[in-house]
Design a protein around this ligand. Structure first.
Ligand code: NAP
Length: 184
C-alpha cells in the first residue's frame, strides 16, 4: 500500500518552530482533516492505518499515541521505548517493510506525519501528499523538504477562509505522484 505524507506548511514551507507549530496552537479545521485522512482504513482490520513520526514529533504531541491508529515512533536510540505506548523502530527500512508487506496481504496504510527529518527520508517513497497550506508567513526552524513540482500533480480539495475553525485561510491540497517512486 502507498506511503502517504500528511503535513501542514506556511507559505514558506515552514512546519515547525521550537518543537511546536510555527503558527502556534493546532488549527481546528486542520486537525479535523488530519483525523479524517489518517482514520481511513481504521474500520478494517485489513488496512488498519499506521502513523509514522519522528521522536521529536512524538514529544511535540505530548508523548501520547493518537487513538484508533498504530503509532510508530522512529528513534536511533535503541533504549528509547516511547513509554511502551507506541511501536519504536530504529530504521526507515523497518517502516518500508511494513508498507511493503501490506501489498503482500497484511494490509497496512502508512501515513508519515512528520517532522522535517522524517518527511525528508520518506518523500522519495511517497505516492501521495496531503498538504494543508496555511496562508501566512511565520518563523520556523523545520521545513517540509522541497519537492520537484514536475513529479507531483496538485489537486485543490477544499479551501477554508479564516473564521471560527481557523485563524488563517487554509488550502487543502492533495498531491499525487506522477513519476515513479524509487523501489522499496
Ligand atoms: N506542520 C506539520 O504538519 C508538522 C508535523 C509534524 C511535526 N511538525 C513539527 O516538526 C518539528 C519536529 O521535526 P524534526 O525534523 O525536528 O524532528 P522529527 O522528524 O519529528 O524527529 C527527528 C528524530 O526522529 C528520529 N529519526 C529520524 N530519522 C531516523 C531514522 N532514519 N532512523 C531512526 N530514527 C530516526 C531521531 O530520533 P532520536 O533523536 O531519538 O534518535 C531524530 O532525532 C516540530 O516543530 C513539530 O511541531 C510539524
Amino acid at each position: 500500500m502507498p506511503i502517504i505524507l500528511v503535513v501542514a506548511t506556511d507559505n514558506k514551507g515552514n512546519i515547525g518552530k521550537d518543537g511546536k507549530l510555527p503558527w502556534g496552537a493546532p488549527i481546528r479545521a486542520d486537525m479535523k482533516r488530519f483525523r479524517e485522512i489518517t482514520m481511513r482504513g481504521s474500520d478494517s482490520s485489513e488496512s488498519f492505518p499506521f502513523l509514522v513520526m519522528g521522536r521529536a514529533t512524538w514529544e511535540s504531541i505530548g508523548s501520547k499515541p493518537l487513538k484508533g491508529r498504530y503509532n510508530v515512533v522512529l528513534s536511533r536510540d535503541k533504549a528509547f521505548t516511547a513509554n511502551n505506548e507506541a511501536l519504536v523502530l530504529n530504521d526507515v527500512k523497518d517502516v518500508l517493510l511494513i508498507a511493503h508487506s501490506a501489498s503482500d496481504g497484511l494490509g497496512a496504510l502508512v501515513y508519515v506525519i512528520g517532522g522535517a527529518e522524517v518527511y525528508q527520508q520518506f518523500l522519495p517513497y511517497a505516492e501521495q501528499i496531503y498538504l494543508t497550506q496555511v496562508d501566512g508567513e511565520f518563523e520556523g526552524d523545520a521545513k517540509f523538504p522541497p519537492h520537484d513540482t514536475t513529479k507531483w500533480a496538485p489537486y485543490l480539495e477544499d479551501e477554508i477562509l479564516a473564521g471560527p475553525l481557523t485563524p488563517y485561510n487554509l488550502k487543502f491540497i492533495r498531491l499525487e505522484r506522477i513519476a515513479p517512486t524509487i523501489p522499496k
